[in-house]
Write a protein that binds this ligand. Sequence first.
Ligand code: ADP
Length: 644
Amino acid sequence: MSQAIPDPGKSALRPLRLLLIDDNPHDRELATRALSQHFGAVTVVLARDADEFEQTIAEGEFDAAIIDYELHWTRGIEALRRIRRSRPECPVLMFTASGSTELAVEAMKEGLDDYVTKTPKHYARLPYALVACLDRRSAERARAQLAAVVESSEDAIIGMTLEGIVTSWNGGAARLLGYTSDEAHGQSIEAVVPPQLRQEEAATLVRIAHGEQVNHYETVRVARDGRAIPVSVRLSPILDRTGRIVGISKIARDMTERKRVEEALRLADQRKDAFLATLAHELRNPLAPIRYATRLLDPGVPPQMASDARKMIDRQLAQMAHLLDDLLDVSRVTRGVLEIQREQLDLREIIESAAASARPLAEVAGQALTLNVPAEPLPVSGDAVRLAQILGNLLHNATKYTPAGGHVVVTASGEGDEILISVKDDGIGIAPEALRTIFELFVQLEAPGTRSTGGLGIGLSLARDLVRLHGGTIEAQSAGPGLGSEFVIRLPRVEEVAALTGPVAAPEKVTALGAANVCVLIVDDNIDAATSLSYVLTLARYRTAVAHDGKRALEIAETLKPAIVLLDIGLPGMSGHEVARRLRAAPWGRDLRMIAVTGWGQESDRAKSLEAGFDAHLTKPIDPEMLLEHIARAARNVAQREAG
Ligand code: ADP
């Protein structure tokens, strides 16, 4: 015996409830018996007059209604209309002896599910007709539910003929591709396939038509507005009841967000690699002067050289320690364990102290450093060491990214409940699109290998994090490349003020020396590296000259015509490669021995050096013995040539 499936939400766990509307008690009796015989457990709710009817409708506790046509209180068609108004989905069956085909047709138009003629032998048919109605309604509900699920899916779900003509198009497809369901219906799916992929799409449809399923693959679709959208697509055949393939279903998922995340990860990874290369370079750089300078501490070295060497070691070690401190701080910020020790401070003292530390750098770089601080105190609550670190980083950058002859101005003022500090330079400036990214970790605007300024790309990121820990903000401004930069920090002002420690001691200036027969030109923008190397060579009885940039190197070379040039690659203004090319091209430059002495040690860096005309590529820190051997060999060649 087949059992109707009523609305699963309501009546799955209770007997079927039927509303029976019939004036005749005898007929009601017969109908109830026929239904009970068929369904077993069934509850029949009676409506014998208008009041009972209204009450039952209001309670709504029935799964289907059976109505007679002739009623003493209304007509069957009116009862049908009333039920439809409040229960449009409820199966209604008319069971009447007084109807006609015309009446049946009219009632069907009003939403009647079925019509059974009431004769004694038709009572047995009643339950079967009811089961059919309930089954149909239930199937309709299931279909509607499925349609709603498909419609509300975020994914584009598209039905097509085997030829790729769209037959269904859900809300997800409309949102993703920009065509409404009406617009897409009847069109070829090719409209959303980029021209270069159409052949491939057609071949895929043929595969599906032969019963294959095409699992997720990544491709591109074109939206109505021409945007290319990365999607993950899955195609499968649609089968009819007999298993015949009658269409193709396609599910396309928008991959834009995933692609964006992947791209961000790729960039972060790339930045990390660049950072590691730069880190190696930055750690190697100070090692070179330290290595040379330690040789100058041997007994017998002139006292001035030994004293200079000690200072160089000190300075370079301080530089390395500073780098490592910044690195550790960045790691602390990333792990959320960096804390600041707040106290009441007068920011003027921090600025003066930071400026005093930066002044020697500015002097070596040939820049003017000016302070504009007000006469009255600038009270903040903060960590003196961290605030000095922030300003130190900004000042260090300002001198690094400003050519000789430039200006660096630090201005501080109180504005309302804020304290503003500006570090402004008239240096190389920053392109507008780069202003957004420079505070991100490891971001450096020049590509590694072309940089001459050093640094790890963490100074600004750390400065931003430290300013945030102080409850402040930092922003960068620049009118563009070549037009200088300004960094503005805003900190909350507080009421009281406390004193600070004095400025940090300034490093001293060093100058190059030289003596003896074969002339060696040393070109390095790291002054300590150049000087210490020149000392080592001087002690080995070479005549040396020193330049700190490419232009100066060319000038000195033109005058002195050195036999050997030791050339750094990352130089301000003109790269070491360019200097090498020009030296080699000089009339006297053919026999010149050129050695690249650099922190960049990858295979590609070596290849670039050889291509630029270098004879050798040595990576810092170079063992002094090895370098001396190189130079001795070159010197012997020069001597032989001159003798021959
Ligand atoms: P770096 O160690 O490379 O100096 P920072 O985080 O301190 O790293 O700075 C990030 C980048 O921002 C630098 O590589 C540089 O390109 C740019 N930049 C920072 N300060 C300045 C400035 N005053 N003028 C021009 N560019 C700057």
